[in-house]
Each structure stands twice: as C-alpha cells, then as structure tokens.
Design a protein around this ligand. Sequence first.
Ligand code: ADP
Ligand code: MG
Length: 432
Amino acid sequence: MPAQLNANGGSLLSVENVTKAYGRAPRRFVALQDINLSIRAGEFVGLLGPSGCGKSTLLRIIAGLNPPTSGQVLYRGEPVAGVNPHATIVFQTFALYPWLTVLENVEVALKARGVVRAERRPRSLKLIDTVGLDGFESAYPRELSGGMRQKVGFARAMAVEPELLCLDEPFSALDVLSAEALRGELLELWTSKAIPTQAILMVTHNIEEAVLMADRIVVMDKDPGRVVTALPVRLRHPRQRKDTAFQALVDKVYAAVAGRTEPEAAVSGTAPGQPGATEKLPAARINALAGLMERLNADSGQADLYRLAAELKLELDDLLPIVEAAELLGFAQVAEGDIRLTPLGQTFADASILARKEIIAGRILRQPTVRWVYETLLRDNDQRIAEAYVLDRLRDEFGEYAQAQLDTAINWARYAEIFAFDDDTGELYLEK
Ligand code: ADP
Ligand code: MG
C-alpha cells in the first residue's frame, strides 16, 4: 500500500464538511449540507437515499466535475482541485459512439488516456472478454441489448483503470435479468481483484442491490441533502438473497431509509398451508398503486384519505385496498386519516418503470403467498405448475378468497416479471 494511504488512516477519499448550494438568495437551494464521508481502499460503499437528496451531485463533486460551495474533498490526503484523474463515473445510461464498434468504443477510451496504439487492441479485447462480451467485438451499439450496451460502458470505465469507480444507478435502466447478470459480473471482477480498482462508490435506489454488493451502506435524506446513517454489511460473498441474515439486513436498511428506528413489522406469516397464519394480500392492482404514489408525490407526499377518495372519484372502500397495499409494501404510512409517503414510496413514484419493477420485486418476494408460489416454481422441473394445485393450497388458508388472493399475487408478480399465468394451459410459469 502506498505510504500516503497510511498517512491519513488508510482513507482513499475523504469528503469533509461538503456543502453544495445552487442559485442565490432568495432562490438559494442547499442540495448538500455538511457531508462527511470517507472511503478506504478495498471498500465498496453503497449510497442510498430518496430522489433529489443530492447523490449525483455528491458523485460529481467527488469526481471533481463540480466544485463544492464549501468544504473539501481529499484524495489520498490531497485536496481535489479540478477533475480527479483517479475517479471515473459510470452513469445510468452510458453514451456510446453509435458509429463505432464495441471494440472501437473501448479503444477510444484507451486512446484518450494516451495508451499507445499497439497496446490498445489487446487491452480492449481483454476488457471486452472480462465484462462477458467476447464475440461481440465487431458489433455496433444498435445491435446490442441494453444490458450489453451497459457492459460496453463498464468496459470503457475499466479501460481507464480508475482507482475509485463511482457508479450512478448503473443497473436501473436495465431489465431485471440483465441487471442481475451485470451485478454478478461486476461483483466477480471486484471480489476476484481482476480489476485494479481500489474502491467503489455506488449510488442506488435498490436496497437489495446495496445489501448484495456493498461493504457499507450510507443512507441520505433530503431537504437539505445529508447523510443520516451508515450501516456495515458483514455478509460474506457470494451473498444469497434468500438467507435469513440477508433479509434481516434488508429490513434494517428499509427501516433506516424509512426513517424508522424499529425494524418493520417483519412477521408477514408462514407459507400457505404451513402452520401459522398467512398475511392476506389486499385486492389492489399495482397500476392503481402506482397511480396513488404518483398522485401523493405530486401533492407534497401527504393527503387526507376522505378528501383523496372524493378527488379520485373513488368509494373509500375501493381506495382502501390500494392504501393497504401501499402500507404492506412500505410505500406509505397511515395515521389519523392521513396517508403519507415514505421515502421508499417517494423513490418508487420518482423511479423509471424498470426501476419500479425491481422495487416491487424486492418487496413482494417477502410476502409469503408470492414467495411460496415463486419458490414452488423454482423447484419445479419445467418451472410451470398447474393453477389448480396452487388454488388447492390457497383454499386451505384463505377459503373462498383463494382465487382473489391468487389473482392479486399474479398481478403483482407479473408487474415485477417474477411469474405469470398462461391462459392456454392454465399454468403458472416463471418469467424468463
Ligand atoms: P439525486 O441524484 O439524489 O436524485 P441530485 O444530486 O441529482 O439528486 O440533485 C439534488 C438536488 O439538487 C435536486 O433538487 C436537484 O434539482 C438540484 N440540482 C442538481 N443539479 C442542479 C443544478 N445544476 N442547478 C440547480 N439545482 C440542481
Ligand atoms: Mg441522481
């Protein structure tokens, strides 16, 4: 380890009392207030927080793309002035040159770094192989899926061999499966030390993703943008989403993000047919839920339920299952006749469709009926099971409400691309 690292307590990066304000009084807006954050070599830090809390602003300040209003950023103990050549940011959608092939897109990054021509090709080929794009060297961006394009983006970022890799929601523009595959590839590169990167700082809105990848999770809140807490993740790699310890930590982070000190009411019950009660799903469609979240988000995040029902021209009885679903998923809290968005609900309302799918997927897999169907499908040989079998089991638990429970479970799971119902065969099947 270079001597400078030891000279400042092993810290690669220190953000010290950084404040960032935009505009002037009376329109002065404090995007970041008094941020302190330090990252050691060898650390993977996840950064979570509601939309608008200044996560992207903080990354840009760290990379030296924007100056702070006050405070400073130290890199290896030296103040960052101007663009930090040791840090690279990968954005949600990486801009590739459409007229260049995959290989040429990576070579360009090496050329910009002053790598001599003779070295560019072999190094680019190796990077392309590393991110799992072997065989696509001569393809053009338009011929690639979103996931593959983002891999080219990663290869380009890696070409720069950044010591500090900053990722700004790198997986959120991807479909669920590509995102998961690319997470795996990045983790593999990182944990096997196949890349010279010393530390990673990843902005995400996805709590499970943070728990899957990071060593420490820093939680921010907004108005003004600030760090509220940090949680260490001590699970060993490869991490399993289904492990109890994993889920317990996800709960803890959810609680922190929702600004609650108690872990959320974890007990949602046992699988249908098992001893113990199974939490019931409110009969609400996810699209209706999304509509409610958007409406609340546009209305300062809070509303009186009776007034809301009147404005939406809904009977209260029709609104309540949607509200219940919002509470069950951790998107809202109801108190004294008012519904209020949680930071998670707000994040959902602000998120892209694909990001919403991921949030819903993460939430509903904790619900026993959805989880039981999903796990039964996973264990099944061809990952298809007859609806009748599922209904039988659900009838033991829910009696005459079994069909309604299943309909809701399918609606939610289909939205999240977890499983769906095949009308032709009367089977449930795992979404690919
Ligand atoms: P996040 O990435 O957490 O969603 P951002 O860092 O993008 O948040 O933005 C934080 C806040 O700062 C937002 O309210 C945003 O509108 C504001 N902001 C960001 N960039 C600028 C800018 N260049 N000028 C004025 N306001 C900005
Ligand atoms: Mg952002």
